[in-house]
Ligand binder design. Structure first.
Ligand SMILES: Nc1ncnc2c1ncn2[C@@H]1O[C@H](COP(=O)(O)OP(=O)(O)OP(=O)(O)O)[C@@H](O)[C@H]1O
Ligand SMILES: [Mg+2]
Length: 440
């Protein structure tokens, strides 16, 4: 995976910290100075060399100048402790250990046990004051970097945590609202998208509850009136109302059934693979299904012209016959409800790959292009259809889509206002295992 921007910043931060820490470590090493052992060894060599030239002032001066260039201060004294030569002013003292400046060594040069010269050598340590500037800048950079990283990570994390807490408390409008191009931005956006989906889902659930309650109100109120009349003993009026009550009860039952089926599909959808789609599949000859639906429709609406066109040799498919029949019934019912009584309705079934394509067409009122996108929203009914006293609550197409998609198929609506509507669904062919045709 390519490292994101935040990770890159962290990497750079770590590298800078390592460099700064290394720089500081080296500075401290330098400040600690040359180890005493080495200093003593070097001093022995330097003083011995100087003592060799104690009687040759020119050569001695040249040696001292050379040492000076190497940042080594040296002073050479005679056995009587009188200064012979020095490359620093004032010359280095030959005091006792405590008087000695740090990093300086005094050595006696002997010849046959007799002291012939005393040398004092001082290593001038590098000027730490000059390094103090860059060290301070590096340290400041390090602190700044730590602060920037802490801010970059901490602030957005706090925002996401705050939004999550508010959302958890029921504030559905709570969002992280991070506009960043790094991993934290991604986390923020993921949270917001999740919150959007959950909000939509909850709103849809609330709307569903409100709509179901609303749709139940009218038939239940009518049933209540009838029951009141019964209580009052007005039997004639009750007899008149009985067919209506029966229709109302049928409506209530259908509504409850639709909502329950819908909930089962939604549950299967939201819980992913843990709950199977509520399908009871068996091998179904789709041609039979279409023919049966057409016969039922003709029986219920003898006055309506229905043209059936079923292609020969349609496949047998693994379907839930009850649910697919319900889809076809709803499409035929819609075609009837939303077209004039003398308008023709058509149902056709044809092969589509290894599956089938079923289309129900009418020459009715049609659907506005703007409404097409909402047709599969629960309880949506177009204004055009509401003006007709056709009944219906707006769940048929939602259910149809859930059923067809649960079978792995697709459903689409093609419509033109005042010209008519065609709803077509396609069901895929059987899997490699296939299914034996239903018998009986
Ligand atoms: N063939 C059609 N012609 C015109 N409008 C249609 C047609 N089919 C559906 N619609 C519009 O789409 C809406 C939703 O259809 P759907 O079948 O879901 O609900 P319904 O028929 O109103 O009620 P239900 O099917 O739940 O009894 C309808 O109310 C109607 O406005
Ligand atoms: Mg319908």
């Amino acid at each position: 995976m390519r490292p994101g921007r935040l990770l890159l910043t962290l990497y750079i931060g770590v590298i800078v910290v390592v460099f700064v820490a290394g720089g500081l470590f080296l500075s401290f090493q330098v400040a600690k100075g040359v180890p005493a052992e080495e200093l003593r060894g070097m001093a022995k060599h330097v003083v011995g060399n100087l003592a060799r030239w104690r009687d040759d002032p020119a050569r001695l001066r040249a040696e001292l100048d050379e040492l000076s260039e190497a940042r080594v201060a040296a002073s050479l004294y005679g056995p009587d402790r009188r200064l012979i030569a020095s490359n620093v002013t004032p010359p280095l003292p030959i005091g006792s250990g405590e008087d000695q400046p740090r990093w300086s060594v005094v050595r006696e040069v002997r010849d046959g046990g007799r002291v012939i010269a005393i040398g004092c050598v001082h290593m001038r340590h590098p000027d730490l004051r000059r390094a103090a500037g860059p060290i301070a800048i590096l340290a400041a950079m390090m602190i700044l970097l730590v602060l920037v990283i802490a801010r970059q990570v901490g602030v957005p994390l706090q925002r996401i945590a705050g939004a999550a807490r508010r959302f958890g408390r029921g504030d559905l409008a709570a969002r992280a609202g991070l506009h960043r191009n790094d991993e934290l931005g991604e986390v923020g956006r993921a949270f917001d998208e999740m919150a959007d989906r959950v909000t939509k889902l909850m709103t849809a659930q609330r709307e569903l509850m409100a709509n179901v309650s609303h749709e139940l109100q009218t038939p239940l109120a009518r049933i209540q009136v009838a029951v009141d009349l019964m209580v009052d003993g007005i039997d004639d009026r009750v007899k008149e109302l009985l067919p209506e009550i029966s229709r109302d009860l049928g409506e209530v039952e259908r509504l409850i059934d639709d909502v329950m089926t819908l909930s089962r599909f939604d549950l299967a959808h939201t819980q992913g693979t843990t709950v199977a789609a509520p399908l009871h599949r068996e091998a179904v000859a789709i041609a039979d299904l279409v023919e049966t639906a057409a016969s039922r429709f003709r029986a219920q609406h003898p006055g309506r012209a229905l043209v059936v066109a079923v292609a020969p040799a349609l496949p047998v498919l693994p379907l839930d016959p009850v649910l697919v029949r319900r889809v076809i019934d709803n499409l035929l019912d819609n075609a009837r409800k939303y077209s004039d009584a003398d308008a023709m309705i058509g149902i056709s079934a044809s092969p589509a790959g290894r599956g089938v394509s079923v289309a129900v067409a009418d020459r009715g009122i049609g659907i506005d292009a703007a409404d097409l996108a909402q047709l599969f929203t629960p309880f949506f009914r177009t204004d055009r259809s509401r003006t007709r006293s056709t009944g219906g609550v707006g769940l048929g197409l939602v259910l149809a889509r859930r059923v067809i998609e649960a079978h792995g198929g697709t459903i689409a609506v093609d419509s033109e206002v005042r010209c008519g509507t065609t709803v077509r669904f396609e069901l895929p062919g059987p899997g490699p295992a296939g299914l034996a045709p239903r018998t009986g």
